[in-house]
Design a protein. Structure first.
Lengths: 501, 501
């Protein structure tokens, strides 16, 4: 636990030095220093910021130091952006200075065959008790303290002279990103920022000569802001450590893993990327299953699963109610649920009778299909969705709801969005939704559902896969006897954070 | 062929009557009539337009007729929007009037058990030689002639009073949509319009009491504007007809099928949707494989495959070159290619030597991985992508290129987009690309590539699946000895339509 606490200095250091800071605008050492300088000036970063460069007196108005040994006071974090061969000397100085943590951005180590150089810096760090992220990584982004070691500038200037958002930093939220690939990491930030999904912490660990994904997950287990961990890995070197820690974490917080290098050709590519030696993919499958880690099958499922788990409670069974106003997409959702091992069973007689009553009373369309899926047909209205969702939530044999609210039908407006959210808030079962389309009303509908805590997806299959993750995680928690505890925590949190309807 | 030609009246009728036209704004009969009235007034629809309603004298300034028998001159198309029980009488009148084609929007037939009523109208049509789309369908949308029988209004007014785009009509383009599900059909329009992908024709055929998906595909085979057919079906009733026609069409134009109702639960849902009796899913798999129809595994793959096939030539082999500036996403792409049965083989010695020469000359980064995937690393520049792509296109053992141009890296701007498009235009091999992100520069990058004819995708796996479709279709054409002819036609078309670079 003590070692885990030490990792805190990566996220909230009292002081940081950027070694290799420069005035040259295109350089990583400039972008990273500027991030800290700006955040310091804006009052977001509250610690001390020191540029280190023997050739400059000051950078962006901050006094520059020739080496870290000249910096007054203690140093909690150093960020290293100098060429690989200079890194051991810096690390020796860091050891002398009793630095707590180091982020080594520099590449040119194990991933290109320079394993000896990497081992050398790892040995220095170990002896001095310095915890290291990297080398060959992007480091940390944490919006609340203003720690931002990403050398990818937020905006770019096109040849036209236009400045556009290039590497956005997402808002703060519930999801932690822990990634071996830096490039995939920033791509994730770009994706999540665009979809308005917030993150708690971002950690890119690259060659992981010291701090592993497992240790980082252990740290995040105790991080109050993190509710879900998204983990991108190309290999896991310390299998036992991973099994032990992942098992512990997943009882409290879901871990979603995207493990690249499944194929032999992919593994070969991974070896030259982060020096990863992946081994058999089946071993990873087994390790993930054993520890309750949810393995995403592709990028989209990775993000979608994270979104669903952060917004909705897990399902306590695998029978799903499908509620739709569009027959075709309803069938597509059913197909995908079933192909993931879930069921879409005909409702109990009691539920069917209640539906019949609603049809007899003309609350629902006379010709609506109601045996699961429930298809409200082209006659759908906002009220019908609310009534039908409520009835389905009440059905004891329905463990979660997949709602297809295609906005195109004439009688449907946007009133039902709040209505369904109100209904869903009464129950502890999960609901996910889909609307199809890429123009105004589709984007608006999905955005509103997201804001009300009901995760929305652009295709029936995406929604079905998200529900599958909620079912898988629920089953794992139940098997390990901690479903009630998790659900209780989740509902407590939801009642606190839910927007007032 | 003669029967096929007759279907032309659905798309370019000299005269159309809307039976059930009304002034009531929320009604399907109003929306459909208004579509024609507006398109007539704007000079897009050049035929005669007749509203039919015994209770009105005129609608939107058009003289209204009590029945079609009172309409002067011949009628090529009628659109029926009256209740189910009134449809047989209308059809009898249509027979007397010698109407060529009828679109029956009305539902309440086989899909809810009223098979007899449906058989009755089918018999009247058959006897009179009237070709029928529907019932229980949305009919036709064809931008060039202004035929638009979609009763889903283009915009909706929210409760706030704001008017937003709800069911957009896409621009004209290369892709035909042929769909059994109307709701999925309009969702497709919404998706494609938002992604700025144009369509040639849209046909929703619902219960298909007369015109089948197969006949429609046969019509589209001879439609010059259609290059790719996207087919959504829940069942195919006339198997032999489908096999015969699909086999003929796919030699000239790719067909991509999304067959819903794969699962037993999904098939049950389909039965109550369009009265579909799907039968075993394996039979469909076999039929599609035998006829060269590419089966999409989900909605996104359906659209992505259509996009790729409309923009790029098929691949004449299955070995793919992966070119990336981001290691992780490169590995993800390789994994997905391989899991689809494609290969990402180490380049030949000759190609490797050329890459080495470029590295020695500092044209490419010294530490770039170049054995396939080619990873230009964080040091990437626009020029490097062009040079590397050219070399990979030249390699005889590379049959297609998957480009991952993650825009986040500092040295990459947007110049390479045109550069790569220029390189690609020199070769007859396909290229697909991916950039990850949902904010400005990612959207801009993907949009630009699309406009230059290189299909872009938001995830590595989506791009890999699109490439898989290009390889599958290429293999089918080769097996059937018509790859050269198709490729020749494709390249001729590309040289005519390619934007000037």
């Amino acid at each position: 636990m003590e070692e885990t606490e030490k990792l805190g200095a990566f996220f909230k250091p009292c002081s940081v030095a950027i070694i290799g800071a420069t005035k040259k605008i295109d350089k990583a050492g400039h972008v990273i220093f500027r991030n800290f300088a700006n955040n310091k000036n804006r009052g977001v970063f509250k610690g001390e910021v020191y540029p280190v460069n023997p050739h400059e007196d000051s950078i962006l108005g901050f006094k520059c130091y020739p080496s870290i040994t000249e910096i007054p006071g203690e140093l909690e974090l150093i960020v290293i952006v100098v060429p690989a061969k200079a890194v051991p000397t810096i690390m020796e100085e860091a050891a002398a200075k009793k630095v707590k943590t180091a982020i080594i951005i520099t590449s040119g180590f194990r991933e290109i065959g320079n394993a000896a150089l990497e081992d050398q810096i790892a040995a220095i760090a170990k002896k001095a008790g310095i915890r290291v992220l990297g080398p060959n990584c992007l480091g940390v982004y944490y919006s609340k303290t203003g720690v931002d070691t990403l050398f990818l500038p937020e905006t770019k200037v096109l040849t036209t002279g236009d400045e556009v958002v290039a590497t956005p930093r997402p808002l703060s939220g519930d999801i932690a990103i822990v990634t071996q690939s830096g490039a995939f990491g920033v791509a994730a930030l770009d994706f999540l920022a665009g979809r308005q999904i917030g993150i708690s912490k971002f950690v890119s660990f690259g060659n992981k000569c010291d701090v592993t994904e497992s240790e980082m997950m252990h740290y995040l287990l105790y991080d109050k802001e993190t509710k879900v961990i998204l983990l991108y890995v190309e290999d896991i070197k310390h299998g036992r450590e991973f099994l032990r820690i992942a098992k512990k974490v997943t009882l409290k917080k879901p871990i979603v893993a995207l493990k690249a290098g499944r194929s032999a050709a992919g593994a070969r590519a991974a070896a030259s990327h982060t020096g990863a030696i992946a081994g058999s993919d089946k071993i990873y499958d087994a390790a993930f299953e054993q520890t309750g880690v949810i393995r995403a099958r592709d990028m989209e499922e990775f993000f979608d699963t994270g979104k669903a788990l952060s917004m909705q409670p897990p399902a306590m069974g695998k029978n799903i109610g499908v509620l739709t106003d569009a027959g075709g997409p309803g069938i597509m959702a059913v197909d995908e649920l079933v192909s993931n091992g879930l069921t879409v069973e005909r409702f109990s007689d009691a539920t069917l009778q209640e539906f019949q009553r609603l049809k007899d009373q003309s609350v629902l369309p006379k010709f609506a299909a109601t045996s699961n899926p429930v298809d409200l047909t082209g006659s759908v209205t906002d009220d019908m969705f609310e009534v039908a969702a409520d009835l389905m939530f009440r059905a004891p044999d329905v463990h979660g709801i997949l709602l297809l609210g295609l906005h195109h039908l004439p009688g449907l407006r946007e009133k039902y969005i709040e209505g369904v959210a109100k209904v869903a808030a009464k129950y502890s079962k999960p609901i996910v939704m889909c609307d199809i389309g890429e123009t105004e009303m589709a984007l608006y509908t999905r955005f509103r559902f997201d804001k009300l805590g009901i995760p929305s997806f652009p295709s029936p299959e995406d929604a079905a896969r998200a529900m599958y993750a909620l079912v898988s995680y629920g089953a794992y928690l139940q098997k390990n006897g901690c479903a009630d505890e998790y659900l209780c925590e989740f509902l407590k949190r939801r009642s606190k954070t839910q927007p007032v309807l």
